[in-house]
Design a binder for this molecule. Structure first.
Ligand code: PHE
Length: 408
């Protein structure tokens, strides 16, 4: 069990300044020696990997920034709160971070369903928030203080559909998704639309709730639909089970295309050899800032970073960069500087924040090979930078030979 809160950050620790963040009364920018930032994540519960990996990424970024002297002479300190993966916990935690701890900015969440209510509060209270990896459009829409350093699902769904229909040459497609989850339902819709536009056919849809864990009947239906490829924009917890039950029906790993919700869990990589999924980052990208990040992460945590960790790292990096550029050392000043972020060299690619407060950046298509995620393709704005001039290995092969994986 985790304590109420965990700290990381400046050596000043819990001294006189420990509990003060931005103090409006003084007109200054945070405490005398620290920038106090709040992060609300799923550190326990069914999606604990989302929170834990993101926290690792944030910690690494903050450690590097503080070791290099901090920002404007002050260290960054992050107060982590655990929302247990529950929407009902989010409001409370975010309000505490803002009202009690007086944070200058917020980092979180991963799941769109939890970022959205936080974004409403942050915008109402005028505290900037950066979601590392929430991709549903409503997270930032109409919420003036809410930003994200990742792409949105309209783009993710379209790129998934293109990869499936054009690159892999699969036209009969099934979809499996959690109807009552904001992210899953939204992304399934974007994908469905794009497949139709590209001339593909949706031959079957398995719709379940986000708590479903028995997929035997759904797997039978998908198999019977004659789908050559199945798109499953769901979180890893369900996908591990769905993959297992589908395998019993003869649906093999290479018949799956997933989305970023697959990230973070080794059990999924173990289960779905050959499967593809769209993501924010892959540890083997030939892009310098990524290589540096991966090496530092491996040195600290003794394992490869998931894309969640990369996004936590980039969210913290973009925030620190904005604090540095802010004309005024206030939440509003920081908000305006985040909005002006241009060509920030993140681990997950070059990040520019657009007028909709979303990042404009490329998407990675990963393939599971040898129980690891390897990039197979990179698409979208700035893809060539992320590829460092290299031709993505699998994509080149697949384009030349569309049926190469049909029976692999
Ligand atoms: N994009 C997902 C959402 O919006 C969250 C997610 C991101 C999950 C990255 C895993 C990895 O809900």
């Amino acid at each position: 069990m985790l304590g109420r809160r965990q700290f990381i950050g400046g050596a000043a620790g819990l001294g006189a300044v420990g509990f003060f963040g931005f103090n409006a009364g003084c007109g200054g920018g945070g405490s005398a020696t620290e920038w106090v930032v709040g992060s609300y994540l799923s550190l326990t519960g069914g999606e604990a990997k989302f929170g834990a990996d993101t926290k690792d990424g944030i910690e690494l970024a903050v450690e590097e920034i503080n070791a290099a002297g901090g920002v404007k002479g002050k260290k960054i300190k992050v107060l982590f709160e655990d929302n247990k993966g529950q929407v009902s916990e989010v409001t409370n935690k975010v309000q505490q971070l803002i009202d009690r701890d007086k944070v200058v900015a917020l980092l979180g969440e991963v799941a769109s369903s939890r970022s959205e209510p936080a974004a409403v509060i942050a915008s109402k209270k005028g505290i900037p928030m950066i979601s590392p990896s929430s991709t549903n459009k409503v997270v930032t829409e109409g919420k003036d203080f809410a930003f994200r350093v990742c792409f949105v699902d309209e783009f993710q769904g379209k790129m998934g559909a293109e990869f499936c229909v054009k690159t892999l040459g699969k036209k009969k497609i099934g979809i499996a998704f959690a109807e009552d989850d904001l992210y899953s339902n939204g992304l399934a819709g974007e994908f469905r639309k794009a497949v139709k536009e590209l001339g593909g056919e949706i031959v079957g849809e398995a719709k379940f709730t986000q708590n479903e864990m028995n997929f035997t009947t759904f797997a039978k239906e998908l198999k019977a639909s004659g789908a050559e490829m199945i798109y499953a924009p769901i979180y890893y917890k369900q996908m591990v089970q769905l993959g297992r039950h589908a395998k019993e029906e003869g649906i093999t790993g290479n018949m799956w295309l997933g989305s970023d919700g697959w990230s973070g869990e080794q059990a999924l990589l173990d289960e779905l050899e050959g499967a593809y999924f769209t993501d924010h980052h892959a540890p083997d990208l030939p892009w310098e800032p990524s290589k540096k990040f991966v090496a530092a992460y491996e040195a600290k945590f003794k394992r490869k970073p998931s894309s969640l960790a990369a996004m936590g790292y980039d969210a913290a990096g973009v925030l620190a960069d904005a604090i540095k550029r802010a004309k005024e050392d206030t939440p509003k000043g920081i908000r305006d500087a985040i909005a002006e972020t241009k060509d920030f060299p993140g681990a997950s690619g070059v990040i520019t924040i657009g007028p909709d407060r979303n990042a404009q950046k490329p998407i990675v298509v990963s393939q599971i090979r040898g129980k690891e995620a390897h990039y197979a393709d990179v698409r979208g704005p700035g893809a060539e930078k992320l590829l460092g001039g290299a031709t993505p290995p699998a994509a080149a092969q697949l384009t030349a030979e569309p049926s190469a994986t049909a029976s692999a």
